[in-house]
Design a binder for this molecule. Sequence first.
Ligand code: COA
Ligand code: MG
Length: 289
Amino acid sequence: MRSYLFVPGDAPRKLEKGLTSGADALLLDLEDSVAPDNKPKAREIVRDYLNAHIGKSDRPRLFVRVNALDTGVTDADLDAVIAAKPDGILFPKSRNGGDVVHLDAKITAREALYDIDEGATRILVLVTESAQALFGLHKYRGSSKRLDGMTWGAEDLSADLGAETNRNEKGDYTDPYRLARAQCLIAAVAAEVAPIDSIYPNFRDAEGLRRETLEGRRDGFTGKMAIHPDQVPVINEIYTPGAEEIGKARRLIDAFKAAGNAGVISLDGQMYDQPHLKRAQRLLARVAK
Ligand code: COA
Ligand code: MG
């Protein structure tokens, strides 16, 4: 999965548009893009939308972003949507693996109630939205069998830190957000789930988006979130492994095999050892999905 497009849960026109955006997944939002008074209405719209589309074969994966545990309305969100069988829940403002265990239990209870296979509802988690959350990143591994991906956000973190801005004059993230980004990537790989890069908020700046998306791919992210349909093609293009990259990975794997699964080989005058092999295998696994 390459692109994850946020769509406010109370915006029927955008919800319709999301279906043809080309995004691999839609993040149907009940949290920050919906005003408090509109949340009950948004829950109904998202539930009806899931009921209308979840049974279709040719559709993006549909995740619902619920409100955080400390809001007291996470249960109301889950009560509204789980019976409509979303592919998963995007869980914001998580502080550590314990919060995911808590969410997992809430989902498990509802799956039992609505006769849904246990574990069918997956979890993506936002892991860097407060200062406290940055100290809980080593606790996600094994927290839930539902956990498929980890992502990060700079907006809520900068609010928590009291920062004036999270980017410098050149438009690049300042240190606290670069740290959060790197920690999310490393924690996701350690937990063996997909590392998903954050949004690029300036949706009219295609060049900036391209640069930031390339940086994400370079560092090891496997997909990126978006806030506008125009961002989707750029993200899909950059996160679709090219024929050359796939060919190189196949050649490398074949060369290891030909060398009797040696620990280290040489190919075209370069040294390759186990981390290179692992990377090539991971790339091919992603292509096969
Ligand atoms: N998903 C689906 N469709 C979207 C969309 C989105 N996230 N954002 C815009 N569109 C649609 C618009 O409805 C419009 O369609 P139309 O011409 O058929 O009416 C078209 O794309 C062009 O939109 P545009 O005029 O360029 O943008 P806008 O000013 O209407 O909206 C935002 C700008 C930022 C408000 C909007 O993109 C948005 O709501 N993004 C998601 C915000 C969000 O969920 N934030 C929380 C996570 S950080
Ligand atoms: Mg937020």
